[in-house]
Structures are given as structure tokens and as C-alpha cells.
Ligand binder design. Structure first.
Ligand code: B3K
Ligand code: ZN
Length: 876
């Protein structure tokens, strides 16, 4: 496959102002008639042929200005349709294609999901519906006529506003016409047809426009659509209030489908969702699901401005819409829930996904410079690190200048396909700052490490912080330059934060040091006592911090820091250090038990005095870093078994030491009243269930009894699933019995069974691989459904000890599934292959086995571009 480079971008030679689609839906032979209003692009090359993209299409006929084109006037290739000598003026092209939605297992373009028709076009699926200039800088006004058998598809939806409906006289068919007045790129096109139920609500925007909101779901599931609709209303209000953004059509529809390659899609006025991120009731969704639904509903809605009204010039600018929109949804969730707890959860995810991507062969900049398959670049780096870059920008220029910059961006770039440069220019203007150095965040891959050490001079009453940064090499970028790192900080004294006096130091103000060079020293004056530095407060930059502080000081920060994030971080740091020491073989179990007692003592005090005040925060504190976090910290010659053993010992010791405290806590938190999904009730459940997990590891007998009781007595899925998860830590007949009971109870709930599949795939025992193979034969499982694959196979690939079995059987198993899946759904296959991204940090034996599994995939003939690209880069 050819390498596509950012520097090769050139504007399209042709523009398409209008698109009139007439789509007659049929299970096997859907006819698509497309009338394109074309003209030469003044910014393009005059006299160029018209090269339309197409993929797996059957062309029925093509007309230019209404006249059939002769055979010599055009060519059809596997990649598209070429009109050799189009007139050098405006003209229309009518193209008729036939597609088979039932045969579309890639779930890109037009396909079927549980008897409904739906589409997914980003990044390049529209070319699987009709021939088109399938690139985001070609924006058109769409009018779409949909036709289908009335009985099969009573609901017919597309983008924009519905302008007509009716019956097709003399047939069993009907139609609907949709018009979207906002020019948009083809990747935002969507249609849905089917028998669907819905819930609806009227909404009036702050500007006074009436909007009909609706959430469509499979028949019988409308009772589970309320939370999504409620979230939609709240995020619409929030965007009006916080970003000044109003909705701009008469209708906004959300549709849930059960076969979907990712989470959701922001098609203009017609968001299509993986049903996992729409459907919720207390019996079938967990607190985590409620929070994800709220966040993803908001994310897709927010795209209406950041993505749709202002889209991307080319796919290299993907973070322009994704990083910014993740930032926006994170802010929304922070305002709706607890800001510190949301930050902690986001940083956990960032480290687990993005830091590990950045540390391995798939590392790439937030704005990649080249790609072979763009669908492989919807990554944690583009999304989550992209959001971190926006957050840093806000810290660096301040909230006011950030707000003015956003307003300028909306005003200046509305209706355009923009670039990162245009985006940054708005903030350079609003802040008066030169952001050219900051822009390096978009170009340079890798996670910087900040090294910090401090010196107190009692005589001079000064405290000096020495900060340095470095970024390890990543593929294609052997030499790294310094980036702009905002280091938010405090100096913590006995009675709390000390005042920060830095005189006229240009790099330190408002509690932020801007580390924009290899190293920097900052001296604080009038420091009356030796302080403990609290650095990178709120995780002010996506970096690793190597801080020269002893455990005793960290534990002091844990109990006294005014920054909640750093309180959490301080305890995590102590635990991480202990696990890295033991997990790498540098210290033994006896030493680790000493650390466990120190941690337990600190936790005991914390739980006694503070857990009740903020259970959600306390739950985060109780959750130790995961084994995978420790593996990443160790970074080389990783032995997963040793890490796992250390993790287990530490957790067990803490669980034992805190047994009484945790039990009392669980009683104090006992549920009062029926389930409610709000953040405060969810926080209590989270803490109770973290406690249950620790108890189960510490004392399996008590743990099993509590888990069984909880399972039997729970009135909601959150608590039942937590009971199941605790039970999976305890081998034996009781576990198998609970697993069976869970499956019976939820036999008709695929989304709940996904959690059941995943809980089993994550069991850290040698029998898990056989269990997973067995589960593949369970009626609930199907390789054809992405959610099932992600739950069972993706869950297994995330199982540190079992995916990384010493005999390599975990690797071959996943590699075989990647190969099998690649024939039907390359996107899901290549995602799964990404599980190998950390293979180079393993000890030599496992490293060799992982490499040969990757090579086995890479050597298969006829691989998709998606899988070939990941295999090639992972091995490079
Ligand atoms: N923009 C879509 C992702 C499309 C993925 C294409 N492979 C969802 C989102 O980020 O909102
Ligand atoms: Zn997005």
C-alpha cells in the first residue's frame, strides 16, 4: 500500500457543491443513484481528469449532464471511477451503483445490523456506497431520498431535516426525503432504515430554536434509552453555557445499533452509536456504563461544532476534531461529576493506553506525518494525548485567552475544513503568545520524562527546584527536542501550601513552571521551612515524573496535599515503586511486605477519617496501579508472572491488614433506597466494590462469602458484576457456580454477557486460554460482532499473564483470530493485533515468541491494508 504523506497534500481539482442521492434500500441489491453538482476547484489543477473514489461497488451507469457516457470516456478501477476529459466548467454527473448491504461484514459503508440498515462512513466508507471525492475538504449540500419496503423499514433517517415523506404509489414501499443545508464532507453522511422504537423530547436552544431530539433503539428497548436522551439534553445546555455553541438543525437523532466497529459516529444530525453506549437501565448497565454513555453522547454531540461545522482539511488533522472534542467531553463530565475523580480516571486511561502506545513500535505524533491506513490512526495518541495538548494550551495561555481563542476559531473557521495551524493561530492571536514551540506537541511522538530534584537552604530561606526533561526515541524520530511542559506545582509545608515567591522569574508564575528547555532551575524565596514539592498538579502535562522524594514524603503528600490529584498520585507512586522494585526482581517479598504495611497504615488512617466524605475519590485511592502499569514502568525484560505475583502479594497484604476497616466501611456505605445512577451513589458503590476486591484477595473465604451475598442481594448490575469480578479472583467450585448463575440470569442480554465474557477472559490463571476457547463456542459469542470479539478476545489480549504466557500459546491464539477476522472485518482485526504493541519490552523468551506470532500474521498472503500496516509497523 502506498504511503500517504502530509507534505504531499494538495487541494482537490474538483469540487462537489451538491449531492442528490436516491437510495432504494434492499437487503441484497440496494440501488444508489447519485447526482453530483461538480465544478473545477479554482485552487486545484485545471484540466485534470475527475478521479472519484470507489470501493467494492457495482457500477450500473454514468451520465454527464444527463447524457450517457460512452465506454471510452471513463474507466472503472478497483479504486474508483475516472472521467477522462470532463468539461472545464460546472456540470452534473449521475452515477448509479448497486451495493449489497447484507454481504458487508466490514461494517464500513452501508450494512445491516439486526435487520436494520445503517451506515458508517468515517474515514473512507462513503466510497463503498457511491463513487465520490471521498476526502474531508470536499464539502457538499446533501439531499437524500430514501426508499424501502414499509414493513421492513418504517423508520427512514438521514442527515439534516426531513422535508418530505410518502408512499410509493402502487407498491409496498415508502420514502422520506432529507435535506441537510450545512455543507459537509462525505464521511459525515449517514442513513438508517428499519423498524425501530424511539424516545423523544422537545428542546429549545438558548438562541430560541426548537429542536426535536430522539433516540432510536431496537424494538422493545425504548425503556433503556432514557439516560442517553437525558445526557443529550444536559450536554446541549452545557455547550451553550460553556462554549457558546447552539445546535443548528430542527432535528437531532441518535440511533443505537448492535454491530458497530467503534463507539459511535458524529454524522451530521444523525449520530449512530454502538448500542453499548446508548442502552442503560439498572439491571443491564453498570455505573461505568452510565458514565460512558453520558461522555460519548456528549462527545458525538460536541462534534457538531468541533468536527462537523469545522471539519479537517485532511486526515492528518484528525486530532483537530478528536483531541479537541475529547477535551470538551472530559470537561463536560468533570462539571457533571467530580472533577478530581474524572481527572484521575482519565489519567489512568491515558497512561494505560497512550503511554504504552508511545513506548512501543506503534508510537506516532499527535499529528502523524504519514500513513498507509488512516483507520489505524484513531488512536489514544490522537484522541487522549490530543486532548492533553489542548488542556496544556489552556493552562499556558490562561482560561480567558483560551475562551477568546475558541470563540475566534468558531468564528473564523466555521464552514471550513481546517488545519492545526489555523487552530493554533487563533490562540496565538487571543493570547499574544508565540505558540510555535508549543506546536511541537503535534509533531513529536514519545512521552517526555521530567526529572526533578529540590534543595532547601535554611540559612537563605530558599528552595531551589532543578527540572530537566528528555524524551526517548520513537520510530522515525531518533533525536528528540524539548517540548513546552507546564508544571503546575505547590510547595507543601507543615500547615499546607507555602506562598510561592519567585521574584521576576519568567518561567514561574501562578503556580506553574514552564519547562520549555532541556533543564531549568527555579529558586523560591522566603521559604520558611523545608517544603515537600508537589509537582505536576492535576497532571498538568502528559509526562512521566521522576521525582527525588522518599516514600515518607510521598505519604505526607498523600495525607496533606491541597491538590486531590497529587494526593492520589502520591499513594500510587509509593505503590508503583514497591511493585517495580519487586516485579523487576530488585527486591524480595519480605521487603515488599514491609512496604505493604506502610501503605496499609496510610490507607487505614485515610479510610477512617476521609473515605466517607468522598467515596468516589476513596475508591480511586484504594485501586492500586494495575500489573500492566508496573510492566510499563519497568519497561524492559518484563516478566509478567513476577509482576503479577508481586501485585497479588501487595494487594493481599493490604487487604488483610485493612480487613476490619474495609468491612466496617462496606457496612457504613450499605445501599439505602433503590438504585440511582448519579455520581454520588455511584461513588459509594465504587468504594464498596473496591473494598470487596481487596477483601477477596486478602481472605478468599470471607471474600467468596461476601461476593455471594452481594450477588444474591443486589438490585443492580454494578453490584452483581463487582461480585462476579471479586469471585473470579478465587478459584474453585463456588466461582464456577456464580459464573453459571450470572449467565443464566442474563442469557438474553448480549451486552451484559460481554462483561461476563470479559471477566472470565481476565482471570490470571493458566486455565484461562482453554476457558476462552471454550467460551468461543458459547451461543452468546460470535466472531461477527465487534462487541463480542472485544469482550472475549480483546479481554484475553489485555490479560497480562495469560496473553503473555511463557509458552507463547496466548500469542498464537490471538494471532490466529486476527487472521480469521481479517477476512471479514479488517478494522476489528487490526485493533486486536494492536494488543501486541508492547512486545518489545518483554523478557527475551516471550519477546521471541511474540515476534514470531507477529511475523506469522505479517507473512499471510492477502492481508487487509489495516492488518498489514499494524503488523509491519509492530515488527519494524
Ligand atoms: N469519529 C468517530 C470515529 C471514526 C472511526 C473511523 N475508523 C467517532 C468519534 O471519535 O467520535
Ligand atoms: Zn470523536
Amino acid at each position: 500500500a502506498p504511503l500517504i504523506r502530509l507534505e504531499d497534500y494538495r487541494p482537490s481539482d474538483w469540487l462537489i457543491d451538491t449531492v442528490d442521492l436516491d437510495i432504494a434500500l434492499d437487503e441484497r441489491e440496494t440501488r444508489v443513484r447519485s447526482l453530483l453538482g461538480l465544478r473545477p476547484n479554482p485552487g486545484g489543477q485545471a484540466g485534470a481528469p475527475l478521479v472519484l473514489d470507489g470501493d467494492e461497488l457495482t457500477l450500473a451507469n454514468v451520465k454527464l449532464d444527463g447524457v450517457a457516457l460512452g465506454a471510452g470516456a471513463y474507466s472503472v478501477t478497483p479504486q474508483g471511477l475516472i472521467i477522462h476529459a470532463p468539461p472545464q466548467r460546472g456540470f452534473t454527473l449521475t452515477v448509479e451503483t448497486v451495493v449489497n448491504p447484507s454481504a458487508n461484514t466490514k461494517l464500513m459503508g452501508l450494512y445491516r445490523s439486526s435487520n436494520a440498515y445503517c451506515t458508517q462512513c468515517e474515514a473512507d466508507g462513503f466510497r463503498r456506497i457511491t463513487y465520490f471525492l471521498d476526502r474531508p475538504d470536499v464539502m457538499s449540500v446533501y439531499t437524500v431520498r430514501l426508499e424501502a419496503r414499509k414493513a421492513e423499514a418504517p423508520v427512514l433517517l438521514s442527515n439534516g431535516n426531513r422535508v418530505a415523506t410518502g408512499d410509493v404509489i402502487g407498491s409496498d414501499r415508502h420514502f422520506a426525503v432529507w435535506h441537510d443545508p450545512h455543507p459537509k464532507p462525505a464521511y459525515l453522511f449517514a442513513l438508517v432504515g428499519g423498524a425501530l422504537d424511539h424516545v423523544r423530547e422537545d428542546y429549545v436552544t438558548a438562541e430560541g430554536n426548537k429542536v426535536e431530539l430522539a433516540v432510536y433503539v431496537e424494538p422493545g428497548k425504548a425503556g433503556r434509552a432514557g439516560w442517553a436522551l437525558d445526557s443529550l439534553v444536559r450536554c446541549m445546555r452545557w455547550d451553550e453555557r460553556v462554549f457558546g455553541r447552539n445546535y443548528d438543525l430542527d432535528v437531532f437523532n441518535v440511533v443505537a445499533v448492535s454491530d458497530f466497529n467503534m463507539g459511535a459516529m458524529e454524522n451530521k444530525g444523525l449520530n449512530i452509536f454502538n448500542d453499548k453506549y446508548v442502552l442503560a437501565d439498572p439491571q443491564t448497565a453498570t455505573d461505568g456504563d452510565y458514565a460512558s454513555i453520558e461522555a460519548i453522547i456528549a462527545h458525538e454531540y460536541f462534534h457538531n461544532w468541533t468536527g462537523n461545522r469545522i471539519t479537517c482539511r485532511d486526515w492528518f488533522q484528525l486530532c483537530l476534531k478528536e483531541g479537541l472534542t475529547v477535551f470538551r467531553d472530559q470537561e463536560f463530565s468533570s462539571d457533571e461529576r467530580s472533577r478530581p475523580v474524572k481527572r484521575i480516571a482519565d489519567v489512568r486511561t491515558l497512561r494505560a493506553t497512550q503511554f504504552s502506545e508511545d513506548a512501543g513500535p506503534l508510537a506516532h505524533p499527535v499529528r502523524p506525518r504519514a500513513y498507509k491506513e488512516i483507520n489505524n490512526f484513531y488512536t489514544p495518541t490522537v484522541y487522549e494525548k490530543g486532548a492533553e495538548v489542548i488542556r496544556m494550551l489552556k493552562v499556558l495561555i490562561g482560561a480567558d485567552a483560551f475562551k477568546r481563542g475558541m470563540d475566534l476559531y468558531f468564528e473564523r473557521c466555521d464552514g471550513t475544513a481546517a488545519t492545526i495551524e489555523e487552530f493554533l493561530a487563533c490562540f496565538a492571536e487571543s493570547s499574544g503568545q508565540d505558540l510555535s514551540h508549543f506546536a511541537r506537541w503535534y509533531e513529536q511522538a514519545g512521552t517526555p520524562t521530567i526529572t526533578a530534584s529540590g534543595r532547601y537552604d535554611a540559612a537563605a530561606q530558599t528552595y531551589t527546584l532543578d527540572l530537566a526533561q528528555s524524551t526517548p526515541p520513537t520510530p522515525g524520530q531518533p533525536e528528540k527536542l524539548p517540548v513546552v511542559l507546564p508544571v503546575a506545582l505547590g510547595l507543601v509545608g507543615k500547615g499546607g501550601d507555602l506562598p510561592l515567591h519567585t521574584g521576576s522569574n519568567a518561567y514561574a508564575g501562578n503556580g506553574v513552571i514552564v519547562l520549555d528547555r532541556p533543564s531549568l532551575s527555579v529558586t523560591f524565596s522566603d521559604v520558611a521551612e523545608p517544603p515537600i514539592p508537589s509537582l505536576l498538579r492535576g497532571f498538568s502535562a502528559p509526562a512521566r515524573l521522576e521525582l527525588d522524594l522518599g516514600d515518607a514524603d510521598l505519604l505526607k503528600l498523600f495525607s496533606t496535599d491541597s491538590d486531590s490529584f497529587n494526593r492520589w498520585q502520591a499513594l500510587q507512586s509509593v505503590a508503583t515503586r514497591a511493585l517495580v522494585e519487586t516485579g523487576s526482581g530488585a527486591s524480595n517479598r519480605v521487603w515488599l511486605m514491609g512496604k505493604a504495611r506502610e501503605l496499609a497504615a496510610a490507607l487505614d488512617l485515610f479510610l477512617r477519617e476521609q473515605a466517607a466524605a468522598d467515596p468516589a475519590f476513596a475508591a480511586q485511592v484504594l485501586r492500586l496501579p494495575a500489573p500492566a502499569d508496573i510492566a510499563r514502568e519497568i519497561g524492559r525484560d518484563v516478566d509478567p508472572e513476577r509482576i503479577h505475583a508481586a501485585h497479588r502479594s501487595l494487594s493481599a497484604e493490604i487487604g488483610n491488614a485493612l480487613a476490619a476497616r474495609l468491612a466496617t466501611l462496606r457496612e457504613a456505605l450499605a445501599e439505602s433506597g433503590p438504585y440511582a445512577p448519579d455520581a454520588s451513589a455511584a461513588g459509594q458503590r465504587a468504594l464498596r466494590n473496591e473494598a470487596l476486591g481487596l477483601i477477596a484477595i486478602g481472605d478468599p473465604d470471607i471474600g467468596a462469602r461476601l461476593a455471594q451475598l452481594q450477588f444474591a442481594g443486589a438490585d443492580n448490575l454494578t453490584d452483581r458484576l463487582a461480585a462476579l469480578a471479586a469471585m473470579t479472583l478465587i478459584p474453585g467450585a463456588a466461582r464456577e457456580e456464580l459464573i453459571a448463575r450470572f449467565a443464566e440470569r442474563y442469557a438474553s442480554e448480549p451486552l451484559v454477557l460481554d462483561k461476563w465474557l470479559m471477566a472470565q477472559a481476565l482471570i490470571a490463571e493458566p486455565g484461562t486460554l482453554d476457558r476462552v476457547k471454550e467460551l468461543m463456542r458459547h451461543p452468546a459469542f460470535s466472531l461477527g460482532n465487534p462487541n463480542r470479539v472485544r469482550a472475549l478476545i480483546g479481554g484475553f489480549a489485555a490479560n497480562l499473564t495469560q496473553f503473555n504466557r511463557a509458552d507463547g500459546a496466548g500469542y498464537s491464539f490471538v494471532a490466529d483470530i486476527v487472521i480469521a477476522l481479517d477476512r471479514t472485518n479488517p478494522q476489528v482485526a487490526s485493533r486486536l493485533l494492536g494488543s501486541f504493541r508492547a512486545w518489545r519490552m518483554l523478557e527475551p523468551g516471550r519477546r521471541a515468541l511474540a515476534q514470531s506470532a507477529l511475523a506469522m500474521v505479517s507473512n499471510m498472503p492477502n492481508l487487509s491494508r489495516d492488518v498489514a500496516d499494524i503488523a509491519e509497523r509492530a515488527l519494524a
